[in-house]
Design a protein around this ligand. Structure first.
Ligand code: MTE
Length: 323
């Protein structure tokens, strides 16, 4: 995986932590809904909603919200950096390719197929899917396997809420995620850099953990294409490559599903991919990381700092073997 050193080293102030929800368009703020393109709008339920402002990137709520139990208080990575330094091989292998080329991806209409070991298999439109659940803000650390990290203010809903709704059968043990395969929209898929489509997977208990999110927004805006619009997985205690973008299919399975990076390099990228400073990548140490915007490296925390929430999922598992 490329590991370039991209961005300014200037540290910038934290972005606000607005409280807001994506709601289905209800005739309010119609200009905004049109601007966002997906029949969605971004509203705050607080009286201060009127203080919101519209920008070309979407509607930004200015109201502060109280910190949630899973939020980090660390400074949020500036939006410009989080949206211009990306890994998204469907657009190319360079960190700057996604921001430059992601405009070619059409994220509406978009459907997600839900199948496998579920009692309610179905294909659902993305706007319907996200209208099923109240959207939540989650400020999470993200640690890439390459040794850099960011702090990302996601908006989304817990994957557990979706899984409960589709009613897993007793055979369901894993969840497989499949990204869009469309070389016309994804120039990177015209080459065999990876086996397309990009696929990822979780154990069912990992998928049901309250930290695991399906994200539809970032920084109070509709998720930018380069960050995985319209639907992207966020599993903050695992390396960034588990966070599959542009999801079109969610399949519950009995057997452990294949995952793109372990297919590409099985000795380097395992199925679990838990952030672990004690298990080095065969070609570099995982003991430290560089937060985008910082000069110095900092220690990497076990499970990316979420050990209290997730370490018990792996009790009895040899994390050197199941890396
Ligand atoms: N999802 C798809 N479909 N294709 C990809 O190439 N790259 C992964 C992950 N999700 C990738 C993907 C990797 S390696 C990382 S580190 C994160 O997305 C990067 O997310 P970001 O660009 O929003 O920071």
């Amino acid at each position: 995986m490329p590991n370039k050193n991209p961005e300014s080293t200037e540290s910038q102030p934290a972005a606000p932590n607005p409280r807001r929800e994506f709601l289905r368009s209800a005739g309010l703020f119609t200009g905004t809904a049109a601007l966002l393109g997906g029949g969605l709008e971004l509203l705050s339920r607080r009286p201060s909603a009127a203080a919101q402002s519209v920008t070309p990137g979407g509607l930004i709520a200015q109201a502060k919200r109280p910190l949630g139990p899973y939020d980090t208080t660390e400074p949020v990575t500036p939006y410009e950096q989080a949206t211009s330094y990306n890994n998204y091989y469907e657009f190319g292998t360079d960190k700057s390719d996604p921001a430059r080329l992601a405009g070619s991806l059409h994220t509406r209409p978009w459907t997600v197929k839900i199948d496998g070991e579920v009692r309610k298999p179905q294909t659902v439109d993305i706007d319907t899917l996200q209208s099923w659940f109240p959207l939540e803000d989650r400020v999470y650390r993200m640690r890439c396997v390459e040794g850099w990290s960011m702090v990302m203010p996601w908006m989304g809903f817990p994957l557990a809420a979706l899984i409960r709704r589709i009613e897993p059968t007793s055979k369901a043990k894993y969840v497989q995620f499949t990204a869009l395969h469309d070389p016309k929209q994804f120039p990177g898929q015209q080459a065999d850099v990876l086996a397309w489509p990009y696929v990822e997977g979780l154990r069912l208990d990992e998928a049901l953990n309250p930290l695991t999110l399906l994200a539809v927004g970032l920084n109070g805006r509709i998720l930018p294409n380069q960050n995985g619009a319209p639907l992207r997985l966020v599993v903050p205690w695992k390396y960034g490559f588990k966070n599959i973008k542009a999801i079109v299919r969610i399949t519950l399975t009995e057997k452990q599903p294949q995952t793109t990076w372990s297919l590409a390099a099985p000795s380097e990228y395992g199925f679990y991919a838990n952030v672990n400073p004690k298990v080095d990548h065969p070609r570099w140490s995982q003991a430290t990381e560089r937060r985008i915007g910082d000069l110095a490296r900092r220690p990497t925390l076990p499970f990316n700092g979420y050990a209290k929430e997730v370490a018990s999922l792996y009790s009895g598992l040899d994390l050197r073997k199941y890396f």
